[in-house]
Design a protein around this ligand. Sequence first.
Ligand code: PLP
Length: 646
Amino acid sequence: MTTNNIQQNNGFNLGNGFDLNAAHDLSSFEPEAILAAVPGEHPRAAAALALGREASQTGHLDVAELSRIASEIYAEGFPAGAFGNSNAFGNQATEIPSTASLSDAREPEARNIASKAHPYAVPDFKSVGFSPDMQALPFNRNATEAFNHAGLADLSAVYLQNSPNLQNQVEISQLLGGMDVPYQSQLNGLLAGSNVNSAGSKQAENNHYYFLQGLPSADLNSSSAASNPAFSTSTHPAFNADLVRKDFPILNEQVNGKQLIWFDNAATTQKPQVVIDRLAYFYAHENSNIHRAAHELAARATDAYEDARETVRRFINAPSVDNIIFVRGTTEAINLVAKSWGKKHLSAGDEIVISHLEHHANIVPWQQLCQETGAKLKVIPVDNSGQILLNEYQNMLTPKVKLVSFTQVSNALGTVTPAAQMIQMAHNAGAKVLLDGAQSVSHMRTDVQSLNADFFVFSGHKVFGPTGIGVLYGKPEVLNDMPAWQGGGNMIQDVTFDKTVYHEAPAKFEAGTGNIADAVGLGAALEYVERIGIDNIAHYEHELLVYATAALNKVPGLRLIGTAQDKASVLSFTLNGYKSEEVGAALNQEGIAVRSGHHCAQPILRRFGVETTVRPSLAFYNTYAEIDVLTNALLRLSSHKASNGL
Ligand SMILES: Cc1ncc(COP(=O)(O)O)c(C=O)c1O
């Protein structure tokens, strides 16, 4: 399909007799000759080649320098003539990502040409040679190496030079108990369910690090991941954070002269290039209103939008695209259910049960509904770790309860609730369930059929997609039993002045012109996550979280809020002597973005006696090195107060 067409369309002669379409085999050319033939100057590429030459002569490759050059090339972008529409490398450049990353490598023309049922359909990545999951990429098992690769050693060193109290750069591995490679082999073993250890065993003994409680004790001398049999038997393909980082251009940003460290993922996630490109492509080639015209662009836009709906369906394993309603985000999805299902099914004397962990978006719409209907709002308490008290919950599940609405992952504490069990308990009591997936969907596999929730809601921007788009999933029988909530175009079959006949779901709930482009962007984001593999993401992030938890626990005066055994992504804390905003501002000086405040979850913070916390939150593009930078910054803040007698 694509390659021949692309070659014909993009026949490209460099003008100096070096016709790359004719010259399929480039191996006979010296690298310098190829470089010289590519239009435009590229001093970085020349520097990289020089480094390679030196390596072949001396046997020593300066990996840090190479990595730095590669980052600069990526940050600058490639010369348009070489890798853009005028495809200097013919077939090859269409199939090999210029970043060697997981972004879709195809140029816009390739997208258009890709074969599918409809001529304007968004092409299937797999049809152009991408496998759905990343396979066999080398996992950077060495935090120090990652540190150097990311150029963060410099950042931290500069930071510490300015520190009055920390003369030398702090080795986090030493803080964690003198381990050579912090946690790597231990975590591999723990997560593969095998009997290994080190700092992990110390934590288990001390009963201090909640993740590791009850885990088998281990051999402190076990050092490398490679020598750990647990690693080789891991069911997870290897994952390389350094590689996926290249897909996110914003991670190259400088903030206050430092490389950005994005630890505000619970608020919103960054977008891979493939999503940015998809949005631009939509507006450049497909933009039209949908569903309502016989012209070509309407067909393209409609296909793109409906393909995105199918991608969402697949991503959360819904039975049908008819269960997927596009909305603005989690907040709008919950409001839709409250205003439509809630108004129809609740009346005075009924009860709605939520948990103490909820985001305001999962509190306020139910309060409003209670005010309108006379129903009562009940709250499931949590224990001191921030986990749901299941016995209390069970006691609340009387026949009065019509709806239970709770989060799968707490945005303020990171607690992962026992969702499947809680849903089953609610169903046993005859209640419907809404599960808030805003904080879970980017961190763990979602299977709405096995979870068995009646509603599942999430926001696109928290799963590497655009803002202003989100999803309400509903079981068919529940959606069919709901009145439309907004009226207007798109959702009707027929309108007279006497009456209106509505479409079935999902159109019934999508009145007016929706956020077409961003729905398409969300589809691209979810396909991107599929290519990495959500299980790989969950596995890597869990290791990061364990590492970060242990590191932050070593900072004097730091109190972690939220210590449930089952946690994802979030590390909420207070630091003695500082307001949360002061910590946030100090970290910002170091280029580190964290949230400080009440996180739109005031009730749960007050449950722990605080009004605000500092909240770093992780995504799969974060690294051990970044956690080291954060920890060092917090150690400095902490020691500063200590030296002032606070
Ligand atoms: C658990 C949870 N629910 C709901 C929301 C609201 O999401 P949005 O603002 O995207 O509608 C958030 C946002 O942080 C959240 O974390």
